[in-house]
Design a protein around this ligand. Sequence first.
Ligand code: ZN
Length: 641
Amino acid sequence: MSDQGGCVERFSAANPERLLGVLSGHRRILVFGPAGSGKSTLAGTLCELGGLPAVSADPGSPAFGVPGSVGWAVRKHGRWLTQGMEAVCSLDAGRFRLGVLMALGRLLNGLEDRAFVLDAPGLVRGMAAEEMLLGLIEVCKPDLALVLSREQPLPLYQAFCASGLRVVHVQPSEQARHPGRAFRARWRTALWDAYLQKAREQSLEIRDLHLIGAPPPLAAVSAWAGRQVALIRGGRTRCMGEVVNIAHERMTIRLPASMEAGDVLLVRDAQRSPQGLLRTAVPFVKEIITQAPEDTEGSASPKLCGRVGAVGFEMLNGMFGDPLLHVRLLHAGRSLLFDLGMGRRLPARRAHQVSDVFITHAHIDHLGGFLWFLRSRIGAFPSCRMHGPPGLARRIHALMDGILWDRVGDRAPVFEVHEWNGSTIHRYRLVAGRSLQSIGTASGSDGVLLATDAFCVRACLLDHHTPVLAYAFEPHGEIHVRKERLEHLGLRPGPWLNELKEHVHAGETSVRMRLPDGSERSVEELSEHLVLVRPGKKWVYATDLLDSDQNRERLVRLANLAHTMFCEARFLAADAKQAMATGHLTTRACAEIAAQAQVARLVPFHFSQRYAPDARRMLDEIERYAPAVRVWRPDVPGESA
Ligand SMILES: [Zn+2]
């Protein structure tokens, strides 16, 4: 590899005039190199000096044209004039190589056999880069490659040699440097704004369009605002635009004044961020708390779901229904429940994965769903833990005892109930059809009811004219793999990353792992380059508590600095008397507790049916009393993860 004389000549980017001599006799010139090596500058200079058009193949960081597309342009007096483009679904050329290559193929159909300079994406390492290079050669048919690199051997040296292309190594100029993500986002946005400079808002009937690409569900209105889209007809991109909103089966889009009609709408995975920058869209399913269609009769509550860090949650009966919070530990294949209200139920396969149920207290709206849960646990399942205030084991046992279990044999549901009275945990074992069995006590003075190697659940004792427990979920650290570094190391993502996370989690740093490229490295070495441990996001679940000084003080301490707080707000502030009499919070008390605990996001719930189905008054009032807290509203994206 040290001798590159075979297929490579050398020049310096500082001398483009000398390079011009090299170009003569060649028709299609591939300019290749990592981001920040000065590819685009060089391509621009060559086009200007040689009178050639340029083709950009990098939808995420194009040197010219419209971001989100591949395009071609001519250069006059130092400015690019776009001549044509083809939209692609993603900004990421590396991950979505096929889309980029197919769009290039369509674009080049319009260029026939013209000569041009091809500005390649800054992808130079690993399989993705090699595949992209081979694809570019096949689709664009270059006969000369200018490779900008400070490294020896050149990136993808073997692939270049095998290609039969004439390869010229161009030494990058001293000033060329990596632009950084923030700069690229600003540059991309500036190009996009320039394209839309004279855009007008147009309203299109949604049912007249075929939606392709990455469209979020139509009901997720907020996921549409700022989306980049392209209008396509006859397989060719006619123009691109930005969604303003969707309402009443119509979509309002900012489109260039000279727009051509299309019958296909390609919805790109790019979206303007709240800061105004054009970025890869936040994946809809992961990040948005949404209203989903109803699937139970009688209940008017919208369903609430979203994410906090590595945890997915769903408030099954929405804001007005009986409390039942399903929490899914995304990397552990296991679930937790908080309360067991009546209404919707979990699918059986999820109910089987519940390891712990945390009951606040045994009122019927918090425990009425126990029977369906009990039924789902018939079979060869491990025992399920149930945590709650004193008296819980006896009540659960009484519920189970109301059923005849003569045919269940060894498939009887098994529970372990842990009652916490503020200082001690009393444990009981319950097997359907048998008597209640005490299995001892443990200290619970720190309030930790469940501790695993990934998180703990802490409780505090509150007053609801009966003892009630509120719960805090406190994760240890969250392990993140730095995907952008993978490419740098020439590694492909895959299941081995989960294995790496597990080893890091367990502290097994000396273990050696076999990687997809066949090499072997230690967990310690890999984690040093690839792994980030961030503090996890704490969240709190609290419901049914009297608005008293002692309750406020205890709950604020439990919820201090939590990312998300699920908190009851049963009555409007004007109905404070009713709240006091029934031992509940008002919107105002809920807001003040969340604000005092400095939580980032508040998900209020357990609204009284007297206000159903319109939650707006409740939410407005909560926002008024907690202006610094982000209060959940339908159609408001929840920045989580
Ligand atoms: Zn209650």
